[in-house]
Design a binder for this molecule. Structure first.
Ligand code: SF4
Ligand code: MG
Length: 318
């Protein structure tokens, strides 16, 4: 709800903050129980910051994150913080960096079980074996170390660790971006099977619209710290309204060579402006081919028509 997150970019000699990276500004959306919401945008658009704030790794500069109506950050700072921590888990982008190289796979998965006091010794082992099987690995893998596994297998270990506490909501922060294309579909399929079996809800972050297409029920698009569009997955791909979403979609290669030759790529001019000093009004205006005077003066409101949300002055609203 109205989530804003600034990081200090520069401090004076005396420690006073002089400039800020405006990573996320006034972002509101809901993830509904049991769904996967895809969150897409280029590197640095703020999507990971939203994910990390949602799980409590960052606290918001303004606004709040609610889980079933409960303020996540208030709960994490309170006396019963473990209860909230257990409900919301995260799968990280880089399976190489997110697993402790000195711990066995069994201990990596067992650690959250211990922290949350979920199982006694005997039961702990059987729980670890169960989780390994659920993610397509086997009990013999428990005594091995992360470096003995491929990238896809390491991501499976990361998924088992997230599942270990029986969470309700998982932020998947670019879980397939670092993997070979041939492995990506397998990990997406696994996440979908686990979702169906355990009733999980996902926020699935990716930098490319093609990566979220098969897993998302709805997709949200971000640009420079703001949400620009959010719609049902099929609707967004068929009928993109925001000029930025249109450009992103036009950049996805189409397998049919005839269609590929005939369609027009929208090439965005210029670079993404700095999040320290974003453009006034619509942040996309420096790269938008439809930009008019109003776009520099007024921040476009994120409004919906039939649950299709867009933030652009030119999109007609009824
Ligand atoms: Fe382009 Fe203006 Fe719409 Fe922004 S508000 S996307 S600059 S037309
Ligand atoms: Mg990221």
């Amino acid at each position: 709800q109205n989530l804003t997150k600034y990081f200090v970019a520069k401090r004076s000699l005396f420690g006073k903050a002089e400039s800020y990276v405006k990573a996320v500004e006034n972002v509101s959306f809901q993830v509904e129980k049991g769904e996967t919401l895809g969150l897409v945008g280029e590197t640095g658009c703020g999507k990971s910051t939203i994910g990390r704030t949602a799980v409590g790794l960052y606290s918001p500069t303004a606004g709040q994150v609610l889980f079933n109506g409960e303020n996540v950050h208030a709960a994490l700072g309170g006396s019963n913080s473990l209860a909230m921590r257990r409900k919301i888990q995260m799968i990280f982008q880089d399976p190489y960096a997110s697993l402790n190289p000195r711990m066995t796979v069994g201990d990596i998965i067992g650690e959250p079980i211990d922290i949350h006091g979920l199982a006694a010794k005997q039961e702990r082992t059987s729980r670890i074996y169960y989780l390994l099987k659920k993610v397509g690995l086997n009990p013999e893998h428990a005594s091995r170390f992360p470096h003995e596994f491929s990238g896809g297998q390491r991501q499976r270990i990361g998924i088992a660790r997230a599942l270990a506490v029986d969470p309700e909501f998982i932020v998947c922060d670019e879980p397939i971006s670092a993997l070979d294309v041939s492995i990506q579909a397998q990990v997406v399929n696994l996440l979908q099977e686990l979702q169906a079996q355990f009733g999980l809800t996902y926020l699935f972050i990716a930098h490319d619209l093609s990566m979220v297409k098969h897993i998302s029920r709805r997709v949200a698009v971000m640009y420079l710290g703001s949400l620009v569009e959010l719609a049902d997955c099929e609707e967004l791909y068929k009928n993109p309204q925001h000029p930025y979403t249109q450009a992103l979609l036009s950049a996805i290669p189409i397998p049919d060579p005839v269609v590929e030759l005939e369609r027009k790529r929208i090439i965005l001019k210029g670079d993404v402006p700095s999040p320290i000093n974003p453009p006034s009004g619509c942040k996309f205006r420096t790269r938008c081919r439809y930009s008019v005077a109003r776009c520099a003066e007024e921040i476009p409101v994120f409004v919906s028509q039939n649950e299709h949300y867009v933030a652009c002055h030119l999109v007609k609203k009824n």
